[in-house]
Design a binder for this molecule. Structure first.
Ligand code: AP5
Length: 229
């Protein structure tokens, strides 16, 4: 079904390149009442607009390092507030945040003040060999966060976003060297965060070599959850 009977507040976890952005786009199409926010997209928009936060973010992102927990938490909670999503009835999806135990705790504290919280956490589990191949071919439309892939999902016109006609960019952190650091950061920080959610009974995982294998599994999981388990 495309309905969500129980409010879904979903966190997608997964290594860089696992397909969080790709799955998010598919979930928004399948569940029209769902909203999403990606910490990486928000940061890249700040960089493009040349704000002070953008210049801070650029220095971390370029090195494949995580920004300070407080900075990212403030960015996302402000977004949740401005979007009107701080309510027990709201339905939304987070991509890329929280990604450390500290961020997980801070988000939980912030949401509990509004009697709300995450209802489901899903880890996208994709083999590393598959991920590495994808990154070289990725292009993004920064204002929307739309993701393309030269092999798998090329834009209709090379270098141009299908919807707006604006130029696509190569991410500064999609080089082999920086990508390796991002993967290391992910593996260093995700364990304690997963434990935190597993203890609360929120954590599920879906695995597969391609997004096309993962998508139906993810839809099924959400249908099952949202119709009352
Ligand atoms: P962020 O933007 O969150 O990047 P990430 O986690 O590294 O994830 P990616 O965007 O690389 O991958 P994805 O899983 O969305 O994959 P996608 O769908 O694009 O973060 C970037 C940086 O910002 C961080 O390093 C950090 O510095 C900072 N930051 C962000 N959040 C932070 C936080 N909470 N705390 C601190 N710092 C933070 O897919 C990948 C590619 O594969 C695409 O080209 C896609 O088209 C392709 N693809 C997808 N499916 C398939 C398929 N089936 N077959 C072939 N190709 C496919």
């Amino acid at each position: 079904s495309t309905g969500l009977m129980n409010p879904l507040r979903l966190l997608l976890l997964g290594a860089p390149g696992a397909g969080k952005g790709t799955q998010t786009a598919r979930l928004l199409t399948k569940f029209p009442q769902l909203n999403s926010v990606s910490s990486g997209d928000l940061l890249r928009q700040q960089i493009q607009k040349k704000t002070p936060l953008g210049s801070l973010a650029a220095s971390y992102i370029f090195e494949g390092k995580l920004l300070p927990d407080e900075v990212v938490t403030r960015l996302i909670t402000t977004h949740l507030q401005e979007a009107g999503w701080l309510s027990p009835k709201a339905t939304w999806l987070l991509d890329g945040f929280p990604r450390t135990l500290e961020q997980g705790k801070m988000l939980r504290t912030a949401l509990s003040k509004y009697d709300t919280g995450l209802t489901l956490v899903v880890e996208l589990d994709v083999p590393e060999s598959v991920i590495l191949e994808r990154i070289e071919n990725r292009y993004v439309h920064i204002p929307s966060g739309r993701v393309y892939n030269l092999q798998y999902k090329p834009p209709k016109v090379p270098g141009i976003d299908d919807i707006t006609g604006e130029p696509l960019s190569k991410r500064s952190d999609d080089t082999a060297e920086v990508f390796k650091k991002r993967l290391d950061e992910y593996h260093r920080t995700v364990g304690p965060l997963k434990d935190f959610y597993a203890k609360r009974g929120l954590l599920k995982a879906v695995s597969g070599d391609t997004s096309d294998v993962i998508t139906p599994k993810l839809f099924k999981l959400i249908d099952k959850y949202s119709s009352g388990h």
